[in-house]
Design a binder for this molecule. Structure first.
Ligand SMILES: *[C@@H]1O[C@H](CO)[C@@H](O)[C@H](O)[C@H]1NC(C)=O
Ligand SMILES: *[C@@H]1O[C@H](CO)[C@@H](O)[C@H](O)[C@H]1NC(C)=O
Length: 983
């Protein structure tokens, strides 16, 4: 039950010994349904709710403030579910406990050692505190029979400490039907007629990660604009006052988190509302400040209250006075102190040398011990580690070294050597939102949960267990990655496998939208994660358009996936009750609809430009579609802002269309559209062969890419006929070979009514096609004109891989293989793990986080048999990897490969840097969300081959491999996977 084999001493602020505990036996269900509650009319056990029945929640007068507060939330939550509120009674365990009769069912809520009620039950041997006592943030709930004379049973929710009890209360609330997202995502409560508590014990904790939280950041215009309409601004103009933060504190606690970095762009948490600091502590939240705001003082306080400049070398006295005021103010509040110093406004300080920084930190630590009157080991402190640490700076044992990702979700550095076993342990600052180069991403969710799983598992497994904090931007829009991150941090034991992500998402969807739509919703959000993993919205405006409009039908197929996704999401929404529709819109339908709209704008702009080059009149239709999508984007934003009588007015105001550099545009704006204006007299018929930029009539003879019987389903052959002028004509397509068929072989096209473009699929009857290579010809004729004909050549490769060959087979000079489709053992090593639904296409393959470095050409291997028909004079291998950083500075990411048992080549995707600098190629890598590396394979004849790949480090993920034997075309995602003759 307890994830740790050692005990954590109870204390309001606990030293960092936590990290030294070894993982022990764990509860591994996924997720954790409580076996305590049931909801049918014929339930058994203690009835807590029924028609006009709701529980009385008793808390002891000596319990902690956060427990008394949460009792009211729990009473109201029973009310939301049952329609009749629970009541809260402050009552102590004393001689009169049995006389305090109540007609109502009773819940005792309290903290071991802090509650006369819980301690009374323990003393009378009705409750065994051992499973939770002396642990950090642990709770259990269970029915206790005959707690005192005259009472058959009560439900007891007991916590090991204040937050343990709070988490217990909120866990019960979630189990009976109140989502942590009831306020922030408008998830309606589940209405119930009955609530029963059965004879079972539910225990959770201690958490996998000691401090778990979120950072509200880059919070304008969305959260700030919205907040300004909802809350009375502080004297300094910030809307982030205590009434706002109460909603945030509550959410963090309902997600079983305990840590918050407040909004700081134009806010000062401790000053914007004098109640912010004490209220956080009352709720049970540890406050931190972001990485460049040392000593619990906001960046924005510097401008108002610092005397002199923010410069240690020239204004030591002024800086010291300013910094001392932080712990003096926060002395009695739960605080994790940020140490160190950066330049003004989160830039590197030009004058701060490594030895000066060491001096700053030593002074900060002695100041903390002096002002707080505690040893350093009892003061939670974090220092975000820049290059200084790598260069050997000493900051002592008690600071948590806070590592970070590259702002794009790739962890820059994991602890190595003895770093994780330092007393202060390690933390991770991770991003779901970002402002900076190559582009901001701060509109809506672009996070793939599988990637979060992979990276945070790497962090956890290498010892990052003291702090996890995620930058969640405006929060709204990032509900899903936030919930997932917090769930992993709470109970890593539920996330041990790659498949855990989908299992968690199914359970999360069921809790928000109901069992009946859970799997379909999880599938939608999984596909959504994959589509946004291909390219973030803000990056789509880069030219040329990232998705190929020519090769592999890539841009079009990608957009079709969005359209298919929207159809599915809309169908689910249509079947939901009106209140669930609102929650579903906010978390699922809106991102799918709005995301598809942005993809429509950029996809159709790129296709429109190509169409205009072909003088297709439908370029104009694409242009109008783009204009309509732009208008629709504004309309669905308005729809969001109007939900629930304007509850979210302003929250989605972030600009997101028309980026031209890293910074957001001041307003959304359309890209340059292409229009066909002048007529193309006497040349109304246009013909285009797939994967070609040449078209008829500019070229009278066109050619398709070759057809063979191994074409992937996603790569079928087609040609298109279309209007180039205003008017109408009829065409026919004839084939010179009986075994070549075309669909839509005769049709009328019209610019003004009906259809103006027609696609014909070309297929071959393999039984009657000549063996080997041949070329057939199609003739496209304009039947309304004399002798207007286009010829389209159809190269046919009637080849077969030999019977018995198993593996991928070439088509069009390419063999494309999804990484997880390696040959089964014993050929391939079972040491690899597949991360399902990871990355841009199918999945990822990697070594478990704790695997040692492998040597090139030995150890765990991935084997890919493939068959080629082409004789390639210079073949090549392209490997698609996650854009993972060299997270272990002693062991940079490398892989090796060999073909047909030949020499082993080793490749390092990106060079090592000092840990605070991104490597060359990083911008392109994170934009495409892949490192794509090509190596020569030399001369490769036709026939069966075997590719072997060794990933040499566990800090990298392989997603796809492509062998080019003469036909590879440029694209973002690589060719669709080749046909595989299955094992
Ligand atoms: C139940 O409690 C909520 C929250 O405290 C309150 O708004 C509501 O009016 C109460 N309902 C009844 C029927 O007393
Ligand atoms: C077709 O007619 C419309 C309306 O007269 C005109 O705006 C457009 O430019 C014409 N298109 C072509 C391709 O000639």
């Amino acid at each position: 039950m307890a994830p740790y084999s050692c005990l954590i001493r109870l204390a309001a602020i606990v030293s960092a010994a936590f990290i030294a505990c070894a993982p022990g036996a764990v509860h591994a269900q996924q997720p954790q349904p409580s076996s305590v509650f049931s909801f049918s009319a014929d339930g058994t056990g203690l009835q807590l709710g029924g028609s006009s029945i709701a529980p009385e929640i008793r808390v002891a007068s000596n319990d902690l403030p956060g427990v008394k507060r949460v009792a009211n939330d729990l009473a109201a939550d029973f009310g939301k579910v049952l329609g009749v509120n629970g009541t809260v009674v402050v009552a102590d365990w004393d001689a009169t406990v049995s006389s305090k009769a109540s007609q109502k069912p009773i819940i005792l809520l309290g903290t071991v050692g802090q509650s006369s009620l819980i301690d009374g039950l323990v003393a009378s041997k009705k409750l065994d505190p051992a499973p939770i006592a002396n642990k950090w943030e642990t709770f259990s709930y269970q029915v206790v029979s005959k707690p005192w004379d005259g009472r058959d049973a009560v439900l007891v929710i007991a916590g090991s400490d204040m937050r343990g009890t709070v988490f217990g209360a909120y866990d019960v609330a979630e189990q009976i039907g109140v989502s942590p997202w009831h306020y922030w995502a408008d998830v309606p409560p589940t209405k119930r007629q009955y609530i029963w508590a059965k004879d079972a014990v539910h225990t959770e904790g201690p958490p996998s990660v000691k401090f778990r939280g979120i950072f509200l950041n880059d919070e304008a215009p969305g959260l700030t604009g919205w907040g300004g309409k909802k809350f009375t601004k502080s004297q300094y103009g910030s809307p982030f006052v205590t009434e706002f933060y109460k909603h945030i504190f509550e959410l963090v606690l309902r997600l079983k988190g305990n840590y918050l970095w407040p909004a700081m762009w134009s806010s000062m948490f401790y000053l914007d509302d004098a109640k912010n600091g004490p209220t956080a502590t009352e709720y049970g939240i540890f406050m931190g400040t972001s990485h460049h705001e040392p000593m619990a003082r906001a960046d924005k306080e510097q401008g108002r209250f610092l005397s002199g400049s923010w410069d240690w070398s020239s204004n030591k006295a002024g800086v010291k006075t300013f910094m001392e005021a932080g712990p003096t103010r926060a002395k009695n509040w739960s605080t994790i102190y940020t140490l160190g110093m950066r330049g003004s406004g989160d830039v590197a300080s030009p004058t701060l040398t490594s030895s000066a920084l060491q001096e700053v930190i030593q002074w900060q630590q002695s100041t903390l011990t002096r002002i707080l009157g505690k040893p350093l080991s009892d003061i939670p402190q974090a220092w975000e580690v820049p290059g200084y640490w790598q260069k050997g700076m000493n900051v002592g044992e008690d600071v948590t070294l806070l590592w970070s990702d590259d702002n794009r979700g790739n962890i820059r550095r994991i602890p190595v050597g003895t770093e994780a076993s330092r007393r202060g342990g390690a933390g991770m600052y991770y991003h779901f939102d970002y402002v900076g180069s190559p582009r901001n991403y701060k509109w809506i969710n672009t996070i793939q949960l599988q990637k979060t799983w992979e990276q945070m598992t790497l962090a956890y497994d290498t010892g990052v267990r003291n702090i996890w904090i995620a930058n969640v931007g405006d929060l709204k829009g990032l509900e899903l990655p936030t919930a997932h991150f917090m769930a992993m941090a709470w109970n890593r034991a539920s996330f041990t496998e790659g498949a855990s992500t989908r299992a968690w998402l199914n359970a999360w969807s069921a809790r928000q939208f109901g069992e009946s739509v859970a799997e379909a919703t999880a599938s939608i959000m999984t596909t959504y994660g994959k589509l946004t993993a291909r390219m973030k919205y803000e990056d789509l405006s880069k030219t040329p358009f990232a998705f190929s409009t020519v090769n592999y039908d890539e841009a079009e197929r990608n957009f079709n996936e969005w359209t298919d996704l929207l159809t599915k999401a809309q169908a689910i929404s249509d079947g939901l009750s009106p209140d669930l529709q609102i929650a579903f819109f906010e978390a699922v339908l809106y991102p799918v609809m709005a995301g598809r709209g942005v993809y429509e704008i950029y996809t159709k702009t790129a296709l429109g430009s190509k169409y205009a080059g072909e003088h297709r009149t439908s370029a104009n239709k694409l242009g109008r579609d783009v204009q309509a999508a732009f208008k629709a984007d504004g309309e669905i934003t308005k729809r969001f802002h109007a939900l629930k009588g304007g509850k979210w007015d302003g929250i989605m105001a972030q600009t997101h269309i028309g980026y031209s550099n890293w910074q957001e545009p001041s307003a959304n704006s359309l890209p340059q559209l292409s229009w066909v204006t002048s007529g193309a007299a006497n040349a109304i018929m246009g013909v285009l062969a797939q994967r070609s930029t040449a078209s008829f009539p500019s070229s009278s003879q066109l050619s398709l890419p070759a057809i063979n019987s191994y074409l992937p389903a996603a790569d079928q052959r087609w040609l298109e006929v279309y209007t180039r002028d205003n008017g109408t004509f009829t065409y026919s397509i004839t084939s010179n070979a009986s075994y070549v068929s075309v669909s839509n072989s005769i049709q009328s096209l019209s610019t003004t009514s009906g259809i103006s473009d027609s696609r014909s699929l070309v297929t071959v009857g393999w039984a009657s096609a000549p063996a080997g290579y041949s070329v057939a010809a199609l003739t496209v004729s304009n039947l309304n004109a004399t002798n207007v004909k286009a010829t389209v050549l159809v190269p046919i490769e009637n080849y077969s891989a030999p019977t018995g060959f198993k593996g991928h087979v070439e088509a069009n000079g390419v063999v494309s293989i999804e990484a997880e489709h390696f040959a089964p053992s014993p050929d391939s090593s079972t040491d690899y793990i597949v991360v399902p639904e990871y990355g841009r296409t199918l999945s990822g393959v990697k070594l478990p986080a704790k695997t040692a470095s492998q040597s090139p050409g030995t150890g765990p291997v991935l084997v890919y048999p493939f068959y080629t028909f082409s004789n390639a004079s210079s073949a090549s291998l392209t490997v698609y990897l996650s854009p993972s950083d060299n997270a272990n500075p002693n062991r940079p990411n490398r892989y090796s490969f060999s073909v047909d048992g030949g020499s082993v080549t080793t490749v390092q995707p990106v060079p090592l840097t000092d840990g605070s600098t991104d490597p060359p190629g990083w911008s392109e890598g994170v934009t495409a969300n892949a490192y794509v590396k090509t190596s020569s394979l030399g001369k490769r004849g036709a026939g069966a081959h075997t590719l072997r790949i060794w990933l040499l480090e566990p800090t990298m993920v392989l997603t796809k491999v492509v062998v080019d034997v003469g036909g590879l075309k440029t694209s973002l995602l690589g060719p669709p996977e080749s046909v595989r003759v299955r094992y």
